[in-house]
Ligand binder design. Structure first.
Ligand SMILES: *Cc1c(COP(=O)(O)O)cnc(C)c1O
Length: 396
């Protein structure tokens, strides 16, 4: 029998498999858009491709306004500012660090709420517990595309007169109970970073049905200019380039094929991993009526599996499988938040999930046989637990 690579065997994969390896559109389609950029010599500043991309996105996401932006983080920052977020804003700790940084960067205080015991999204009960008299914003994150409990969050927002942004960086092309996910909340932001299901190299958008908010955000992406020599808002450079829009337009052509590929991969993982005790795939909730299947997430129960989550990730890495602990350890345990005195309430569910989670590679460059081999390797790792337990890792 093969020896696990971490114990000196040969790595099972010659070519490494990574979480977040970019999906790519048809090259010929992309090249045609690039030709148009060169023909026109229009590279940025709300060019024709950006405008075409914007219209197609509004149709695809079924939302009144999309404002193309240079990345998801700036999309968050501009939206927070346009909505007047100051003082305290509630968000989950279980998210990518950019959600918290977008606030802190503007000296708005991130107040972390917990996720639910059985969900990966912010728990409305926890939001209520952490509200302060100075809270004037909530950011819900549709983690892994799983929709936040919008009904409950909307109730809190109405009761306390607080506005709501959704960080929908994971939820492009998703629907919640048949409703396009971009149409809930005051505004949603999407990230089109290269590692996302749908991307524009770097990029993002704000989506909203609020026309005056959309106009303000649009002006803020271009320094607040309202005319050649007139500035009406404090703005920043948040513009999307034409080459990014070219990628986005060609990716839109491939999106349904990428979605089906992700779904097929998810199903292979589900079948292969279900035979392994101690590993459990996190399934999407039934409210997620349309999914992009961009993440394959499992929880590893150390007692049942026999080896710690961190050692398992290390053992996979030695085989050239770069699974990720996504989102470990939770924003509240990272700089600069870990020294803040936020902790008069519990983030127990966040910490439990962060300590068990593994994200597996999927997307265009992963296929059925890769997934079967990954499952076999997990069996092999389990079989060698006695030897593996002796390995000391210093993962941080
Ligand atoms: C990727 C991501 C972002 C940041 O987007 P960028 O385009 O990389 O700036 C924000 N929030 C979440 C949840 C993300 O996954």
């Amino acid at each position: 029998m093969k020896k696990p690579a971490i114990l000196g065997g040969k790595p099972a994969f010659e070519q490494p498999l990574h979480v977040g390896r970019p999906n790519l559109p048809n090259r010929k389609v992309f090249d045609k858009y690039v030709d148009r950029i060169f023909d026109k010599r229009w590279l940025t500043n709300n060019g024709p491709l950006v405008r075409e991309f914007q219209e197609k996105l509004e149709e695809f996401l079924q939302v009144k306004h999309c404002i193309p932006i240079c990345n998801g983080t700036i999309a968050l920052e501009i939206t927070e500012r346009a909505l007047g977020f100051v003082d305290d804003v509630v968000l989950p700790s279980y998210t990518f660090i950019a959600t918290a940084h977008s606030l802190q960067w503007q000296r708005i205080r991130p107040v972390f709420a917990d996720i639910g015991e059985y969900s990966v999204t912010i728990n409305p009960r926890s939001i209520k517990q952490v509200l302060t008299p100075n809270t004037n914003g909530i950011i819900g994150v549709h983690v892994y595309g799983h929709p936040c409990d919008h009904k409950a969050i909307c109730g809190i927002s109405k009761q306390h007169n607080i506005r709501v942004i959704y960080d929908a960086a994971h939820a492009f092309g998703c629907e919640v109970n048949g409703v396009p996910i971009a149409s809930i909340g005051d505004a949603s932001i999407f990230s089109f970073h290269a590692t996302k299901f749908f991307h524009t190299f770097e990029g993002g958008i704000v989506a909203t049905n609020d026309s005056s908010l959309a106009r303000e955000i649009f002006l803020m992406t271009n320094f607040g200019f309202t005319g050649n020599d007139d500035v009406s808002y404090l703005g920043i450079n948040g513009k999307m380039t034409e080459i990014a829009a070219a990628m986005g337009l060609s990716m839109l052509d491939s999106i349904e094929s990428i979605r089906s590929k992700n779904l097929a991969n998810y199903q292979y993982y589900k079948t292969s991993l279900s035979e392994i005790d101690g590993l459990e795939i996190i399934e999407p909730p039934s409210s997620l009526s349309k999914n992009n299947w961009q993440y394959v997430i499992a929880k590893l129960d150390e007692k049942e599996f026999g080896i710690s989550r961190d050692l398992t990730v290390e053992a996979l890495k030695a085989e050239n499988i770069f699974a990720r602990r996504y989102f470990y350890p939770g924003c509240h345990r990272l700089y600069p938040y870990r020294t803040c005195r936020y902790k008069n309430y519990s983030l127990r569910n966040t910490e439990n999930l962060a300590d068990q989670v593994i994200s597996f590679p999927t997307g265009q460059s992963v296929n059925e046989s890769d997934i079967k081999r990954i499952a076999q390797l997990l069996h092999l790792i389990k079989l060698n637990k006695a030897k593996l337990q002796k390995i000391d890792i210093d993962y941080n």
